[in-house]
Design a protein around this ligand. Sequence first.
Ligand SMILES: Nc1nc2c(ncn2[C@@H]2O[C@H](COP(=O)(O)OP(=O)(O)OP(=O)(O)O)[C@@H](O)[C@H]2O)c(=O)[nH]1
Ligand SMILES: [Mg+2]
Length: 481
Amino acid sequence: MFEGLSNKFSDVFGALRKKGRITESDIDATCEELRVALLEADVALSVVEKFVERIRQRSLEILPVIRQSTQQSQEIYGVINQELIAILGGAARRIRYAKQPPTIIMLAGLQGSGKTTLAGKLARFLKEDGNTPLLVAADLQRPNAVTQLSVLAESINVPIFAPEPGNGVGDPVRVSRDAVEYAREKLYNVVIVDTAGRLGVDAELMKQASDIRDAVKPDETLFVVDAMIGQDAVRTAQAFSEGVGFDGVVLTKLDGDAKGGAALSIAELTGKPILFTSIGEKLSDFDYFYPDRMASRILGMGDIQTLAEQAKKALDGDSAKRLEEKFVSGEDFTLEDFLEQMQAMKKMGSMTKILGMLPGANNAAMKKQIDAIDDKELVRTQAIVQSMTPEERRNPKVLNGSRRSRIARGSGRTVTEVNSLVDRFSAAQKVMKQMRSGGGMPKGMALPPGMGMPAAPRIAAAPKKKSRSGNPAKRAADEGR
Ligand SMILES: Nc1nc2c(ncn2[C@@H]2O[C@H](COP(=O)(O)OP(=O)(O)OP(=O)(O)O)[C@@H](O)[C@H]2O)c(=O)[nH]1
Ligand SMILES: [Mg+2]
């Protein structure tokens, strides 16, 4: 996601950093490079022009201040970051619940944009947050649509309101209206209405969506759009905005190689906030949209906050606290901790996705490392560590040749694999020590394959510990990454 764009931004900053003193013509040159990068990323022309102009004006305005700074390129970075956050909608917006339940959420969008999947994700997400959602199958167009939603509903144990099978084509407006009535009776506090999509924007689609809207009067109408469709996303958004109207946007398929244009153009052009992002086919691949975190990713600074939240969720309270204390007190990071972290990582989801949130994850060297990581490696590594005695896990220095071959036999792996794990573990331990002594991740250091989690204790500790610069993205930038 946003790879091309964040590579370009990294290049732009790289070039700026090399200049000690920034002049007006440097600002102009930077703006021109940004303009080209954004257009290549399929950001709508009018948005690009406005965005770049704002950066230019703001930078020129504060040029006297910039000149006083010892890190002039950082000041420009700050301006770009701010404008990027603004264009992405400013502050994150949450679902607005109705004063009088149920809160009605209607999903609309083109065929295949991800509405039904989103209905499941949203229901799961809201349920975990203590709500009692009801899913409504109001797509009676596509033969399989009701079944698709039923399967999702069952998998998350959320009730579904759907027309009786074999009941003819059915009327989606009526189904939606009845569903809301049913939710009121049964005290479901959120109703999620999945509607039918069409291949293109047409009058019939708009009419059906508008009729459902008029019948259920949603508290939130969410326009669901596939981020991969680039410029078309904006055109479709505008058509829906005029035809049906919506309160917020959900960007889906951000896990694909979306260039990012849609994310950057939609909020600005429709004036509606992006509420959620969908980043995969699994129901857990979903989160609120945070403009500041997205800006940080686009700028190649990673998304440490999301990573930290996921780490916190995955490491249960006790073990996170223990690891944090261990880290702070300077105790050694052992293979036992490593195994515990790996188990937590399994809970967090795919390793490559997690590592993608690290600062610099889009940089070529880091990317090569990430690409080299095979999620199955986690399973293999786990087998090896589990074949070690508690003492060996605590103190890998005792691992002589015969112990290593015993472990290899026990885990069904080769001695070379055992050796490689021990080597990588030592490298990770070194990183941990360095980070603890306040040096941050060593420059140019990419995490060794299978060692994604040395960062975890630091992450677990992050909310409490004040780092030199409170802002991890800024710190990463300070350190020249
Ligand atoms: N990679 C990826 N695939 C997704 C995401 N969201 C949905 N999909 C996939 O996209 C396809 C279409 O998703 P649906 O949820 O059926 O889309 P829809 O908008 O309900 O489609 P219609 O009902 O035909 O209008 C499915 O194969 C989903 O698994 C996502 O965030 N990332
Ligand atoms: Mg659907």
